[in-house]
Design a protein around this ligand. Sequence first.
Ligand code: PLP
Length: 454
Amino acid sequence: NYSLKQLQQIDASHHLHPFTDHKELREAGSRIITRADGPYIYDSEGNELLDGMAGLWCVAVGYGRDELADAAYKQMKELPYYNSFFKCSTPTPVLLSQKLVEIAPEGISQVFYGSSGSEANDTAVRLVRHYWALEGKPEKNCIISRKNAYHGSTVAGTSLGGMEAMHKQLGGAVPNIVHVMMPYAYELALPGESDHDFGLRAAKAVEDAILEAGADKVAAFIGEPIMGAGGVKIPPMSYWPEVERICRKYDVLLMLDEVITGYGRTGEWFAAQSFGVRPDTITTAKALTSGYQPLSALLVGDRIASTLVEKGGEFAHGYTYSGHPVACAVALANIDIIAREGLVERVKNDTGPYFAQALGERIADHPLVGEVRSFGLMGAIEIVKDKATKERFSPSGSAAVVVRDHAIDNGMMMRATGDTMILSPPLIWTRDTIDMACRRIRKALDLAEADLRR
Ligand code: PLP
């Protein structure tokens, strides 16, 4: 048995964490999470925290689901692993593919597996370029993405993403990827511009980029239906249908990254359904297994799938764990829970609207809050110094960190990205859980205000 201090020391000495300042980690010591149940996580000191982030946007069905552990155990005993290379398969990825095609938006017919969202986006880049090569247009290989997007941490994921610090660190991105403006009305809409018009203007940036590169050079456009790590940026409803229209007009494929939004978060199985678009690829991971196993699924539309099957030629790409039998068994059981408990409908008809109302009535009027916004069970709170002018406390986005730290100290696990506080709770949250979250967030805002305005 190790004490907290010992674990913290070993952690700081030997464990490199993702996206972490290790000097700060050594000084502060990590919080060691030791168990979890339902919507709560518990640290080594017995503190209970309401998990407002569903782990890292993934634990859709909440913690402590024996059914998922049993599915993994059964599959491990029966067949822990076999590959899906050289024309072999195992039953669970086969059945999962059938299930995913059944719940996916119309027009999706095949599935490619990996272990993470980053890998799935890496696959997506190669797949659309492979598709255009098979179609005899290999020069159609430019991909349009957006500033501030997050598409993962592999080289291709980082290149697709629009995070400047990540590009800089990478040193050299995958060539032929360009980034256009994001549909973020709070900061980018012009004075007096309606949400609808702003959505059309943000979509026009995609058209401008296609014209600048030349439509015969552009393979695809990729975007998160709602930007997640970039700050839960929800586009106006006019945005996605217009982006789809533009893509079709110039024969550019439409790729959605639903690593966060997939499997119910927006109140439909996929956000493509919430926004009424029919993408050619959909990247998914996270809630596919509720995080109980690492697994990603790239959903592939009919257009690409039929070319692969009809034209033939090897898609020279794959992972040892593509279609991992245990991960796929857990995904099947997880999707069964989401469907059986009606979690998608609950987000759409009950908890999603209640969440929006609660944030609007109990958080939006706080003096530190510039805006609240949400879609389904995905929400954001903008932290500002001045509500009217939208002035921030500092350009570095450090005010949200003050709120976040008070939230965590008061039993509310939340994330700060820039000056935006983010919520992405498990889909099992009820109205009572939302009430509890709002009380804790309000208290954190009050305490943070006292600190920030001191
Ligand atoms: N795409 C989006 C939209 C994400 O939010 C993430 C991770 O947060 C990824 C891709 C990368 O997924 P992973 O961390 O599983 O590689």
